[in-house]
Design a protein around this ligand. Sequence first.
Ligand SMILES: Nc1ncnc2c1ncn2[C@@H]1O[C@H](COP(=O)(O)OP(=O)(O)OP(=O)(O)O)[C@@H](O)[C@H]1O
Ligand SMILES: [Mg+2]
Length: 376
Amino acid sequence: METPFTFGKLAMGDDFTNRTEEIIRLKNNFVSGINTIMISPRRWGKSSLVEKASRMIMQENKKIKIISIDLFNVRSEEDFYRNLAEQVIRGTTTKLQEIISFTKDFFKQWIPKISFSPDFQEFSLGLNWSEVKKQPDEILDLPQQIARAKGWKIIICIDEFQNIGFYSDTVAFQKQLRSHWQKHQDVSYCLFGSKRHMLMQVFTSPSMPFYKFGDMMFIEKISTKDWEKYITERFRATGKEIAPELSSRIAELLDNHPYYVQQLAQLCWLRCDHKMTAQVIDQSLDSLTLQLSLLFQNLTESLSTTQVNYLRALINEETHFSSKETIQKYQLGTSANVSRIKQALTDKEIIDTMQGTGVFLDPMFKIWLKKYYFLE
Ligand SMILES: Nc1ncnc2c1ncn2[C@@H]1O[C@H](COP(=O)(O)OP(=O)(O)OP(=O)(O)O)[C@@H](O)[C@H]1O
Ligand SMILES: [Mg+2]
């Protein structure tokens, strides 16, 4: 039997809840050709949201094509160009003849080689990197050329955009992208990812090529009220019962973190015979904590003693990290050291600074530290 909760893959269909306003905003940007930049910590639901808005808009308007590119594994400029070209072609045609004519019609400086799989269902492009590097224009302008030829609007959604930061000369590369993209009349871009600090630098520093490139969206977590409704309803739909206050408890225990709320709800649902109890929630949370224990142990071992001390202070809700007492109590070294620790933990994506105070990005790590690590 299928379980009613989902995590670790895109939330789609019935698994997708809420985000009404974000969907409206995204769809508006898509229709009006406004570039979007979307940022949120890991596993808060960016990819699911973009996928949802994309499906909706393509169903409503046949002249809008959405092309998705995931930079997760794309670690060089060369890979980027190949991915872009292939995905743009895949997203605009499935006809063999057209694939061939696209490469003939829109590439003049050099012609990419196409290889097809034996059943002709899949293709890949062979690009000569030295040529591409010299003249990437035709690849970058390919979506605009196709959009104009077809009378379409194209939106290119690029996931894990922060990865372009790893390319060897990333600023020059960004300059190259921006100089082309800003001329595209019929193509807009939705760029999203999770490394807030890196992405903020790319999109908000005046000296960077992508400064003021588009509408900046910061995705929030889903509210307790919405989780309450969602979890209660999913239990009901599968013949089990949970009181609304227990549903909201599941969400609150995990700071409303979308991935973990789904995961805990799932564990609770599996353990629940018919009617949910507070005790089962506690057991499920314990079991989840133990499940992740090895992972967190390794993570903690990779941290320095002062970094761990800093986390302990954070858990104890200390606020004045530069005060003598706090520094002494938690053995944080000097106050200059404190900001270094904070920076290191931020770079490792363990904490983030929100409204001036550090918060744990992973609510389960916080629970584990509190319940197991610091108690030992
Ligand atoms: N709208 C939603 N409704 C219900 N659950 C959601 C929703 N959005 C996200 N989730 C939950 O969060 C998980 C992570 O979602 P998703 O992969 O879209 O996040 P992400 O921000 O793209 O993560 P990453 O930064 O790792 O790429 C999903 O598997 C699902 O369990
Ligand atoms: Mg994602």
